[in-house]
Design a protein around this ligand. Structure first.
Ligand SMILES: Cc1ncc(COP(=O)(O)O)c(C=O)c1O
Length: 385
């Protein structure tokens, strides 16, 4: 959407951006100060390709405490964000023809990497009626003796879906029963701290016998509103596996800047972070409620109330086939283009997430902008016949 939005803006329009996949808050001050301190302390050279030890220790403690697991720092690998391990895991665990299960709609990178390693995609279709979560029964038919990786992402991008602890336990039972022992579960938990209505984060790694086969992934981008920091991490089931990824890091990018890693350590350990996270989550919850309320005033669309992340995923099926002047709305891409050009509101078409009848609305924006954006969308939608 980026260049398209720029084009519409350069024509003199003020676009309301409901397309963004990053929190719109400033980096909290205590983290910012630590990064500056790190630069002043000359942490500006190459460092440990696996991630500096103080950060790996902090991650091991924090991830372990929150999931009731014992994790040692030699199982932790730091990456430039939570994105690189997605593809690295496919390169590492999968041979050509091996099967990879991933949520659909889901974060596009799980799927887009598969052709590169000649893997076989096995999308797990998530249902809107089920709040875009899934059960063990839904996973079971997709697992074969060629399955090597199963991606799980709760809270989810693009749907905000969250699985309950019971659902995760059910998924774990199916995995224990059917998944070959060398296969891995990739639990993408980057939205772990953005949860609403008092819900707490559950990780599949905490379910019985799952720790031995789960890769837990998270990072600073969403929790601390720090997408530009490029610090993410994965905890592997064994130190031997972690070494493989350390080697990939050496080959691809050497290391993640040490001053940002020190910032990440402070972000994880400082009590000030909990206050900042609570403030952000409270704002997101208010925005979710307001955006959902306004969206549901638009006739003929449906949208579940998500329990996490910062996205709404309304279904616009009823609008496909409608028209207005020269606009013929056949797909969610047409609809997103129509809203951008006619209402000057940017949203993401569902096609890229494999949800062709949906649009993703991000509420990483102020209440005022959300209200103005939803007014414009409602008016533009009403013109479609
Ligand atoms: C589900 C999911 N996983 C991973 C990432 C990657 O995050 P980063 O590389 O910024 O840590 C994102 C970013 O949008 C995401 O939505």
């Amino acid at each position: 959407m980026g260049p398209y939005i720029t084009e519409v803006e350069e024509a003199g329009n003020r676009v309301i951006k409901c397309n963004l996949g990053e929190p719109d808050f400033a980096l909290p001050k205590h983290i910012r100060e630590e990064v500056k301190r790190g630069i002043d302390a000359d942490l500006t050279h190459y460092c440990d390709p696996q991630g500096i030890l103080p950060l790996r220790e902090a991650i091991a403690r924090d991830v372990g405490n929150k999931r009731n697991l014992k994790i040692t720092p030699d199982r932790v690998v730091v990456f430039p964000g939570a994105k690189p391990p997605i593809g690295f895991c496919q390169q590492t665990y999968c041979d050509p023809g091996d099967e990879i299960v991933y949520p659909s709609p889901g974060f596009p990178i799980y799927e887009s990497f598969i052709p590169y390693i000649d893997g076989t995609p096995r999308p797990l279709h998530l249902r809107e009626e089920a709040g875009f979560a899934f059960t063990g029964e839904e996973l079971e038919p997709l697992i074969t003796n060629r399955t090597k990786l199963v991606y799980i992402n709760f809270p989810s991008n693009p749907t905000g879906g969250v699985a309950t602890k019971d659902q995760l336990d059910g998924i774990a039972q199916v995995i224990n029963k059917k998944l070959p022992s060398e296969a891995r579960i990739y639990s993408d938990e980057v939205y772990e701290n953005i949860l609403f209505d008092g819900s707490v984060h559950n990780s599949i790694a905490s379910a019985p016998e799952m720790a031995e086969r789960t890769i837990i992934v998270s990072g600073v981008s969403k929790t601390y509103s720090w997408t530009g920091g490029r610090v993410g991490w994965a905890i592997f089931p064994t130190a031997e596996e972690a070494q493989i990824f350390k080697n990939l890091n050496i080959n691809y990018f050497s290391c993640v800047p040490a001053y940002n890693q020190m910032g990440a350590k402070v972000a994880i350990e400082s009590p000030e972070s909990a206050v900042e996270i609570e403030r952000m989550v409270k704002a997101f919850q208010e925005r979710r409620d307001r955006m959902l309320e306004l969206l549901l005033r638009i006739p003929d669309i449906t949208c579940p109330k998500p329990q996490g992340a910062f996205y709404l995923m309304p279904d616009w099926q009823a609008y496909l086939g409608r028209h207005c002047g020269a606009w013929e709305i056949q797909t969610s891409i047409d609809l997103a283009a129509y809203f951008l050009e006619e209402a000057h509101v940017a949203v993401v078409p569902g096609v890229g997430f494999r949800a062709p009848e949906h649009l993703r609305f991000s509420y990483a924006s102020s209440i005022e902008r959300i209200e103005e954006g939803m007014r414009r969308v409602r008016e533009a939608a009403a013109k479609l016949e």
